[in-house]
Design a protein around this ligand. Structure first.
Ligand SMILES: [Zn+2]
Length: 424
């Protein structure tokens, strides 16, 4: 049990006005990665670096690619076995058409107990909360063991080059736990769905729509792939079942295109078509075996389509010695994650959540991937994703965050880190 005096010493160093101010300053910076429009994470990263420097933290700004830096904020205590990461990203997604917004997407307008703007929810509010939680630990002067690292990363909404760079530079070495600061409405998320995304390409032979026997149409193979993927999805649903936090696995064809490039024409059989598939997995599903199954499917569909064509060609006395090719390319492979509920980090977040909200914590899962996916899969770091903000709001117009929930989140972050580094 952590003495109340110690808890209070940390909580008293957290100030609501400071949290609102830092969130607002971050939100007012347009940090959409848009090289054509000239916006990037750079200005937001520099603001964080300046702010953290003023607080007396050890700060490094690291260029991942030109104009897209990460910021690493360190709080070192005396030597200890635990090293905790707080991770938050500086990039936001496009606001879309600003006229669709009730308030300026980069205005950080406060109305009642809410702040509106792109990033208030995902995830600049939570980023400010984690930085202030680190500052509160520092200001309290309590002697702890180990280290807290603030990972303020770029490109979470894109290919996640920020976290990959952070890991490659060794910042995650020896880290024993990470809190991923994303809008999960205060839910303690210990599991995340995996993503396996792939492209099928079918090559046939181009020809005239009036003379299909002089061509080899790739479209029937695409149709067969879509049909068979539905069957694979059903098999996965039966085999994996429903995860109480993550729901069901899914195999979703999202884009079908033929011809693969250029305009299609009604009387032209295209030479090539493609199909994009977005597969979302549960922690017990093996990505290598799914990838192997997708590969087999390419061969099966190719053979079945060729056989089908040959049967009708034989019947009609036609010979079409053209090859049909069905190939597969894996575009994204991010495994699902599951952190053991007995992990000390989960226990600390659980305790802090009870302490601050006075309620039984709710557990859940994250439907999409986050930077935490890489910390978990590349470094085996136990991750907990938690933060303020309605879970359905990210990427919508009129994005907002409840400022009281945000303040509670900063408190939960601070007490979680306190408990973790006290080892209780
Ligand atoms: Zn996010």
């Amino acid at each position: 049990m952590i003495p109340l005096k110690t808890q209070r010493a940390v909580l008293e160093c957290l100030r609501f006005e400071e949290l609102v101010d830092l969130t607002a300053r971050l939100v007012r910076i347009n940090s959409v990665w848009d090289p054509e429009a000239g916006s990037s994470e750079e200005e937001a990263a520099r603001l964080v670096a300046r702010w953290a420097g003023d607080q007396g933290f050890e700060v490094t700004l690291e260029e991942v690619v030109p104009g897209r830096p990460n910021v690493v904020v360190r709080l070192r205590f005396s030597d200890g076995p635990r090293k905790l990461i707080f991770e938050g990203h500086t990039d936001v997604v496009t606001p879309g058409d600003p006229s669709q917004w009730r308030y300026d997407p980069f205005g950080a307008r406060v109305v009642g107990r809410r702040m509106y703007g792109r990033g208030t929810n995902d995830t600049k509010g939570n980023l400010a909360a984690m930085l202030l939680a680190m500052a509160a630990l520092k200001r309290s002067g309590i002697s702890l063991k180990g280290e807290v690292i603030g990972a303020v990363l770029c490109d979470e909404e894109g290919l996640m080059i920020g976290v990959q760079d952070f890991i490659r530079r060794g910042h995650a070495d020896g880290v024993t736990g990470a809190i991923i600061c994303e809008p999960q409405d205060g839910i303690i998320c210990c599991a995340q769905k995996g993503a396996l995304r792939a492209r099928y390409r079918v090559k046939g032979k181009m020809g005239h729509g009036a003379m299909p026997l002089t061509a080899l149409n790739p479209l029937p193979a695409l149709a067969r792939l879509i049909h068979e993927l539905r069957r694979l999805e059903w098999e996965a649903v039966e085999a994996a079942g429903r995860d109480p936090w993550l729901g069901w696995p899914s195999f979703t064809p999202t884009v079908v295109r033929a011809p693969s490039r250029g305009p299609g024409q009604l009387n032209v059989i295209p030479s090539e078509g493609e199909l994009l598939v977005d597969i979302r997995t549960l922690p017990d599903q093996s990505h290598p075996s799914i990838a192997a199954r997708l590969q087999e499917l390419a061969a099966e569909v190719c053979a079945a389509t060729v056989e089908d064509y040959q049967q009708s060609d034989n019947h009609m006395g036609v010979s079409r010695p053209y090859p049909l090719e069905v190939s597969l390319e894996i575009l994204t492979d991010r495994p699902a994650t599951r952190t053991d509920l007995n992990d000390p980090l989960v226990q600390c977040v659980d305790w802090a959540t009870r302490r601050i909200t006075g309620k039984e914590p709710v557990y859940g899962g994250v439907p999409g991937a986050t930077d935490g996916t890489y910390l978990w899969s590349w470094k085996g770091i136990p991750i907990v994703t938690i933060g303020a903000g309605d879970r359905d709001i990210p990427h919508q117009v009129d994005e907002w965050v409840d400022l009281d929930q945000l303040m509670d989140t900063a408190r939960i972050y601070a007490l979680s880190a306190l408990a973790y580094l006290l080892g209780e």
